[in-house]
Design a protein around this ligand. Structure first.
Ligand SMILES: *Cc1c(COP(=O)(O)O)cnc(C)c1O
Length: 424
């Protein structure tokens, strides 16, 4: 029934329906393990013959509520919560890519994801080709190889706020027979629905707007259930898994094969599952997702308009500004611009740092998507491990300040930037 609800109702209600007399809010089930009456009961769980909780490294009732709600918000067939967004990116790839394989990713990625793909996956024998968003579809197709297993991009990139051209990249992925994995952290399912726009798998750092209150690091993988894993490229899903007595995921779990495999194979073995406490807090965040995302977006647009007119600001990048190069894509694919904007200060890096130190309401934090307004200088912080060329290809300029616009009064936020700009 809840499948028919509008997204605001799902944000509040989906994922948990209490039984008669049960707690209205799913409690934090702080238990590592679950009791069964018979040995056979537990054996059936181990053999994946029945669904149920047995150990909180693999599943937990509180985490499951959060997973179910995220699956409904994104419109997927199943979801898996992880200990961080980085874990979500890692497992989303390792679930279908192994040593000797190749994958393609947009170059405009979060710094942590870029490092993972560029350096760590390489050490594991997975080769990644980064593509520039300016490349034509034919140029992108030309980098695909026989062993290419996926295409990866961010719906709204961090920190460059580039909007993903869903039509272009989903068509490429389809033509090349690989799944299209989209990191939807910045817009959240309230502002953008990748699975309805041609993505096959959606991932999140729930640390950001999903939690929204800067309390809990977490990640999520949502499976759209639409990709055909039986096209010959994905033996991990179509050939027997010896660690489950020869079970074949695509046969046994059909459209949910990818997400079941990620849990029962990767989380079983690697163990980066979300804790019940973090799932409880993140799920609480979701209850106000729609209200927060509207206010974050309204405030960010108003601040962007203010900064655009200021003489000490050389440029402003926010996808809902009419002057922005991403405006058309944002209008096409997103309900609003989300809460992150970037701008350049006249005078470069030194002035940018002075401006940040002069802000009083907006604090310098290595975080986005909090209800509190925060600022960051990516070149010297989140992206400092990248080379200068890598920074530029990720859209990180030396004078760039990233603002995560909070949900405070917009008048107070604008006043704070106005007084700080006066001081530099
Ligand atoms: C923060 C972030 C990540 C990594 O998430 P963590 O929860 O910090 O591990 C991945 N992708 C994007 C777009 C992010 O903003």
């Amino acid at each position: 029934m809840s499948k028919e609800w509008n997204i605001e109702t799902k944000a509040v209600q989906a994922g948990y329906t209490p039984e008669n007399g049960a707690p209205r809010v799913m409690p934090i089930v702080q238990s590592t393990t679950f009791k069964y009456d018979t040995c056979q009961g537990i054996a059936d769980l181990f053999d994946l013959k029945v669904a149920g909780h047995m150990y909180s490294r693999i599943s937990n009732p509180t985490v499951e509520v959060f997973e179910n709600k995220m699956a409904e918000l994104e419109g997927g067939v199943g979801a898996l919560a992880l200990s961080s967004g980085q874990a979500a990116s890692t497992i989303s790839v390792l679930n279908i890519c192994e040593a000797g394989d190749h994958m393609v990713a947009l170059s405009t990625l979060y710094g942590g994801t870029f490092n993972l793909f560029r350096h760590t996956l390489k050490k594991m024998g997975i080769e990644v080709t980064f593509i520039d968003p300016e490349m034509s579809a034919d140029e992108v197709k030309a980098v695909f190889k026989e062993n290419t297993k996926l295409l990866f991009g961010e719906s709204l990139s961090n920190p460059g706020t580039n909007v993903l051209d869903f039509e272009k990249y989903s068509a490429i992925a389809k033509a090349m027979g690989v799944p299209f994995i989209v990191d939807n952290t910045f817009p959240t399912p309230f502002l953008c629905r990748p699975l309805e726009l041609g993505a096959d798998i959606v991932i999140h750092s729930t640390t950001k707007y999903v939690d929204g209150h800067a309390t809990s690091v977490g990640g999520m993988i949502v499976d759209g259930g639409t990709f055909d894993w039986t096209n010959g490229k994905f033996p991990g899903l179509t050939e027997p898994d010896e660690s489950y007595h020869g079970l074949i995921y695509a046969e046994t779990f059909g459209s949910a094969a990818y997400i079941v495999k990620a849990r029962v194979q990767w989380i079983r073995d690697i163990g980066c599952y979300m804790t019940p406490q973090n799932a409880f807090l993140s799920n609480k965040g979701l209850e106000t997702l729609h209200l927060r995302m509207e206010r974050h977006s309204d405030n960010a647009l108003a601040l962007a308009r203010f900064l655009e007119k200021h003489e000490k600001v050389t440029w402003v990048k926010y996808p809902m500004l009419e002057s922005d190069s991403n405006y058309a894509l944002c209008k096409k694919y997103m309900k609003a611009g989300s809460g992150v904007l970037t701008f350049g200060v006249a005078g470069g890096s030194a002035k940018a740092e002075r401006l940040m130190d002069s802000l009083t309401l907006a604090e310098t934090v290595v975080h986005v998507a909090d209800v509190r307004t925060g600022v960051l200088h990516p070149a010297s912080m989140t992206h400092r491990q990248l080379s200068e060329a890598e920074q530029l290809s990720a859209g990180v300029l030396p004078e760039l300040i990233r603002v995560s616009v909070g949900i405070e009064s917009i008048d107070d936020i604008v006043k704070d930037f106005a007084q700080a700009l006066k001081l530099i």
